[in-house]
Design a protein around this ligand. Structure first.
Ligand SMILES: [Fe+2]
Length: 133
């Protein structure tokens, strides 16, 4: 299980709040993985992840473009990569191959370690400088 800690903070309250919500979703996947789960449960968690990603990425991208964040494109590519992964997992589940939880779980853990913990934190200075805290 991943526990929220200040090391993940991007120093923007609304974004930290959403990242906490995301970590909760990742932890749900961890719990699911330890039990028997149905195709429906996998479909549900995937659709929540897709919904989260769409709304959350849009928010970050809007701020990045408004504040002319120099690494926007690099950051955007990572978001795109996440969305593509969710589409691929979704397709596998729809096709009945719903035993994707190990792979999904690994991908989400890596996302927290590399995207939230490293990539997202890079915009802190720019966002704070523009008055977003
Ligand atoms: Fe991001």
């Amino acid at each position: 299980m991943i526990e929220w800690s200040d090391k993940y903070s991007v120093n923007v309250a609304i974004i930290d709040k959403e990242h906490k919500g995301f970590i909760n979703l990742v932890n749900r996947v961890t719990v699911m993985k330890q039990h028997n789960y149905s195709q429906k449960e996998v479909e549900d968690i995937l659709s929540e992840l897709v919904k989260f990603a769409k709304e959350h990425f849009e928010m970050e991208e809007t701020y990045m473009s408004t504040f002319k964040y120099p690494d926007y494109l690099l950051h955007y590519n990572e978001h795109l990569n996440f969305s593509l992964h969710m589409i691929i997992y979704n397709n596998q589940v729809i096709n009945g191959e719903y035993k994707i939880m190990d792979e999904l779980h690994k991908y989400l853990q890596e996302w927290v370690a590399y995207h939230i913990h490293i990539t997202d934190k890079k915009y802190t200075k720019c966002f704070n400088k523009n008055g977003l805290k």
